[in-house]
Design a protein around this ligand. Structure first.
Ligand SMILES: Cc1cc2nc3c(=O)[nH]c(=O)nc-3n(C[C@H](O)[C@H](O)[C@H](O)COP(=O)(O)OP(=O)(O)OC[C@H]3O[C@@H](n4cnc5c(N)ncnc54)[C@H](O)[C@@H]3O)c2cc1C
Length: 437
């Protein structure tokens, strides 16, 4: 076994342990209660503790990290089932944290491979695909400067086969929603420096390391937040806690569903903000193989489309492991969540078999389908703004008295990304401390 693999397996075993020993004593009347221990909540907690405020994080799951999750059990090696990339890593505010904790990064900025009807794309087909994607991004940027917002499909109508591939990549596979429903003003703010990094030991392993030592109460689902004259009272399945302020970081879908009851009820402008930020859906189908299933292909991303079937993006041999992590998004992902794990795994295997032949079936060992849309504590992958409602992220971030909001959906910079969650957590923490001191 190589030294690299040994380290990864050790980290995998460590990640399987609780991130910290059970805290005997959490502050009883903290300055701030934070609802959710994903990146936004953790960042808010770190910032507040740095300013000597007392905090308690209440987390519904039995783990920290939220939508950043490294699974170590299914395959015996770390596999990211949620966030995996440090997008635009050279500008990403999370990169310095990853560095500070000593996590290794691997660049992933090679052009992807493209396979059409079982064959690798020809030179003109490759060119057509890359040009169409660039045209689409440029058209979105230009349209975002216009006064009125519009759907991505209006800014860049898909006319050719290459355009349709580019739209599938930009929409369903990246934003989790087809481009006809994406707002150009919302998607244009995304950073695109082209520098993409991954963490071989797992993005989720990093977030758990970042969370270490923070006062988190796991298995504590918040049911009600009451605003009082003195501050807030937060009722959870683990008990009731009073504080001077509360920061809520749950996904926009959970707010829209009324998963947390607010007393007094939230004002109309706040409700409209999360109702106009529905969740996109990207799911992963991670497949493990016994032996060589991909010939001499090394760690790369492949876009594969056959006939009128959907285009799937697959990360093949990530970090040299005999895996493929296939991405599905938008309507297809929603349909697959209804159809079940076996249907999703079958679809991914068939898609890859068209390129890699029977070895895909013969060497197949095990598959995992993520189902972020059915996850009761996420209900989707990340939020997108409806056309004409790109301003709703800033409204969602706006406090209501001593009730503060954070999370990727609130982020006007780096929305949908871990970086946006991080920045929004810090912003909410700054606003909260100003209010309570
Ligand atoms: C498949 C997938 C791939 C992705 N890929 C990338 C990527 O490559 N790069 C990137 O930057 N981003 C990526 N993202 C997005 C990224 O994961 C999110 O933007 C980010 O993790 C959101 O963090 P958050 O703190 O806002 O929300 P969350 O991580 O959802 O944190 C909120 C927390 O609140 C908890 N909670 C919910 N309800 C309650 C309740 N009632 N009481 C208490 N706690 C509650 C949840 O369990 C959760 O832990 C991906 C997401 C998915 C799903």
């Amino acid at each position: 076994m190589s030294a690299r693999l040994t380290r990864r397996r050790v980290l995998a075993a460590l990640a399987a342990l609780p991130a910290w020993p059970a805290l005997a004593q959490l502050p009883t009347n903290p300055d701030v209660v934070i609802v959710g221990a994903g990146m936004a909540g953790l960042a808010a907690a770190k910032w507040l503790i740095g300013k000597e405020a007392s905090v308690v994080l209440l987390e519904a799951r039995k783990r920290t990290g939220g939508r950043v999750l490294t699974d170590t059990h299914a395959f015996g090696i770390p596999v990211d089932l949620g966030a995996a990339w440090l997008h635009s890593a050279d500008a990403n505010p999370v990169t310095p944290l990853v560095r500070a904790l000593g996590f290794r990064t691997v660049p992933d900025d090679e052009d992807p491979r493209l396979y059409l009807d079982g064959k690798e794309a020809s030179e003109p087909q490759y060119q057509g695909f890359f040009d169409a994607y660039e045209r689409l991004v440029n058209a979105v940027d230009e349209a975002a400067d216009e006064e009125d917002d519009m759907a991505v499909t209006r800014a860049a109508p898909p006319k050719t086969h290459s355009d349709r591939l580019a739209h599938a990549r930009f929409g369903a596979l990246e934003a989790g929603m087809e481009t006809g429903r994406l707002s150009v003003k919302d998607v244009a703010v995304q950073q695109r420096t082209g520098v993409e990094w991954m963490l071989p030991d797992g993005f989720g392993t990093f977030v758990n390391a970042y969370a270490k030592g923070l006062p988190v109460k796991l298995d504590a689902r918040v049911e009600r937040v009451r605003l009082t004259r003195e501050g807030v009272i937060v009722d959870s399945t683990a008990g009731t806690i009073a504080a001077k302020a509360v920061i809520v970081t749950v996904s926009a879908a959970l707010l829209a569903e009324g998963a947390i009851q607010f007393d007094p009820p939230l004002p109309d402008w706040k409700r409209e903000s999360f109702e106009r930020l529905p969740m996109g859906l990207v799911d992963k189908i991670a497949l493990q193989f016994k032996d060589n299933a991909f010939g001499d292909l090394e760690f790369t991303t492949c876009y594969v489309k056959n006939g009128s079937g959907p285009v799937l993006a697959s990360l093949v041999r990530p970090f040299g492991d005999e895996l493929a992590v296939c991405f599905v998004g938008g309507t297809l992902a929603r349909d697959l969540e209804k159809a079940g794990d076996a249907a999703a795994i079958d679809l991914a295997l068939n898609n890859l078999r068209s390129v890699f032949g029977h070895a895909i079936r013969k060497e197949f060992k095990k598959g995992v389908f993520t189902r972020w849309g059915s996850d009761p504590f996420a209900k989707g992958s990340y939020a997108f703004a409806q056309v004409g409602h790109h301003d709703k992220r800033a409204l969602l971030a706006k406090p209501v008295g001593r009730l503060f909001f954070a999370g990727e959906a609130c982020a006007s910079e780096w929305p949908t990304h871990v970086a946006g969650a991080f920045l929004s957590g810090v912003e909410a923490a700054k606003a909260a401390i100003k209010e309570i001191r």
